[in-house]
Design a protein around this ligand. Structure first.
Ligand SMILES: O=C(O)CCC(=O)C(=O)O
Ligand SMILES: [Fe+2]
Length: 208
C-alpha cells in the first residue's frame, strides 16, 4: 500500500472529492443566523458551534453532483479485503445538516453512527478552511451488528498495516469530500481548523 499514489489511496478507502461553488452560503448563514452557539452536541463530538438540520433547503445541484461522484467511483480492493457495501443508486438523502464553526469550536475524532444514516457522508465547505484527518478506527468504536459485513475486526489490523497512520486533506471553500466504504465505516474522522468555517453535511438514509 505504501507505494500507492494519493489518488489510489483515496480510492482504496473510498474517500471521494468534488468541487461545487459555495453559492448556498447566504442561505445557510441566514438559516443559522438566529441560533446560539451550542456548548456541546449530545455526544460531545462537536463543541462550541452552531448546527441545524434544515429540510427547507434543497441543494439540488450539490446532491446530483454527489450522486454522480458516487456512481462513477470504482472501489479498489486489495485481494485480501472483503467487499464493502456501496451505496445503491439512487440514494435517498436525509435533510441537510448545516454547521458553523468558529475559532473555539472543536470536532473530535469520531465515526458517524450507523444507526442514523447510511453508506455515504458528504460535506461541502462553504466558507473558511480546515483539515480533515482520517485514522483507522478502534475496534470498540465499530458496531459490528449494524455495520455491513466486513469479515470481522481482522480487517482493522490489515488496514492498520497497509494505510498511513493519518490521512489528511485540506478543506477549502467550494471543496467537498465524501466518506464511503472503508472511510465511512472503518475510519474515524476529525476536523482541525483555526478560524470560522461553514459547511453542509449530506447524509444518505439507512438502507433497509
Ligand atoms: O465539518 C466537517 O467537515 C465534518 C462534520 C462531521 O464530521 C459530522 O457532522 O459528523
Ligand atoms: Fe462526522
Amino acid at each position: 500500500m505504501s507505494k500507492l499514489s494519493t489518488e489510489a489511496l483515496f480510492s482504496y478507502i473510498s474517500l471521494l472529492r468534488f468541487t461545487h461553488p459555495p453559492t448556498s452560503l447566504p442561505l445557510v448563514q441566514k438559516s443559522l443566523s438566529r441560533l446560539r452557539p451550542r456548548p456541546s452536541h449530545f455526544d460531545s463530538v462537536i463543541k462550541n458551534h452552531r448546527e441545524k438540520t434544515d429540510p427547507t433547503l434543497p441543494f439540488p445541484s450539490e446532491l446530483s453532483l454527489i450522486k454522480s461522484t458516487l456512481s462513477s467511483h470504482t472501489p479498489l480492493h486489495s485481494p485480501s479485503l472483503p467487499e464493502i457495501n456501496f451505496p445503491p443508486s439512487p440514494l435517498t438523502f436525509l435533510p441537510p445538516h448545516l454547521l458553523h464553526y468558529t475559532s473555539t469550536s472543536v470536532l473530535s475524532p469520531h465515526l458517524d453512527s450507523v444507526r442514523y444514516s447510511g453508506p455515504s457522508i458528504s460535506v461541502l465547505t462553504l466558507l473558511g478552511s480546515a483539515s480533515l484527518r482520517l485514522k483507522v478506527a478502534r475496534p470498540s468504536e465499530i458496531d459490528l451488528k449494524l455495520t455491513p459485513e466486513f469479515g470481522g475486526l481482522q480487517i482493522l489490523n490489515e488496514l492498520r498495516t497497509e494505510l498511513p497512520e493519518t490521512i489528511e486533506i485540506e478543506l477549502n471553500a467550494g471543496e467537498g469530500y465524501i466518506l464511503s466504504g472503508i472511510s465511512r465505516y472503518l475510519m474515524e474522522h476529525e476536523v482541525v481548523g483555526e478560524g470560522e468555517r461553514y459547511a453542509v453535511v449530506f447524509r444518505d438514509d439507512l438502507i433497509e
